[in-house]
Design a protein around this ligand. Structure first.
Ligand code: MN
Length: 232
């Protein structure tokens, strides 16, 4: 890979302080911090089992296989790969995104949700969107209107402001190929595999259920980390 190719894709600011920057090849699945049944009735046991044991395992294994074949040894860190993913083939993007997105998504869920945001992220959400209800509506709309498979995101942008976006497939806001770019603090998986067993085609039911299991402490941790990295 030529230097010109590396420089064209990298994230516009240094994000080496991001928690996930410590994650290196070979990539492993982190243990869930709660049981498969812990998010019932909001997210059902069968979905959690197939999602974590099935889909997440496949992304992880495929990512390792493609990285070992296609990514130079000096480039094999999770954040480095994703912020330069336009330089690699689609399997790296799809499986690397699948690995990263699920890794952070599991930690954004908890059986002990406070149900409302906390701390500095709560203030930022209310300042940006007017109220928590307005935020939920806007985020829910982004999740509902993502056509096909993808994700909804709340991120801190390069200007230090919160923004809502959605991405197709396993793309995410730290990828060089995605606009707008930012550091995600909340994510919702809207692939059918995330809800179909319980909700079938009723994605809105799933989105409404999600609000009962959001880990706002993790959102606050990510918000403070992102603000520190972006410095605005
Ligand atoms: Mn998923």
């Amino acid at each position: 890979m030529a230097n010109s190719e590396i420089s064209k894709g990298i994230f516009p600011i240094d994000i080496s302080a991001l928690s996930e920057n410590t994650i290196l090849f070979p990539f492993i699945k982190k243990d869930l911090e709660y049981g498969f049944d812990a998010l019932e009735p909001h997210i059902d046991t069968a979905t959690m089992q197939v999602h974590y044991n099935g889909h997440h395992t496949t992304y992880t294994n495929n990512f390792n296989n493609f990285v070992s074949n296609d990514v130079p040894e000096t480039e094999r860190t999770l954040v480095k790969i994703l912020t330069n993913v336009g330089n690699y083939n689609d399997p790296i993007k799809n499986n690397g995104g699948g690995y990263f997105n699920h890794l952070i998504f599991w930690k954004m869920l908890t059986p002990n949700s406070t149900l409302t945001p906390l701390g500095t992220s709560a203030t930022a959400i209310i300042n940006k969107f007017g109220s928590f209800d307005n935020f939920k509506k806007a985020f829910g709309d982004a999740a509902a209107t993502r056509f096909g498979s993808g994700w909804a995101w709340l991120s801190v942008g390069l200007d230090g402001e919160l923004f809502i976006s959605s991405t197709a497939n396993q793309n995410n806001p730290i990828m060089d190929v995605v606009e707008p770019k930012g550091l995600p603090i909340l994510a919702l998986d809207v692939w059918e595999h995330a809800y179909y067993l319980k909700h079938q085609n009723r994605r809105n039911e799933y989105i409404n259920s999600f609000w009962n299991v959001v880990n706002w402490e993790e959102v606050e941790r990510r918000y403070q980390e992102a603000k520190g990295i972006i410095g605005k």
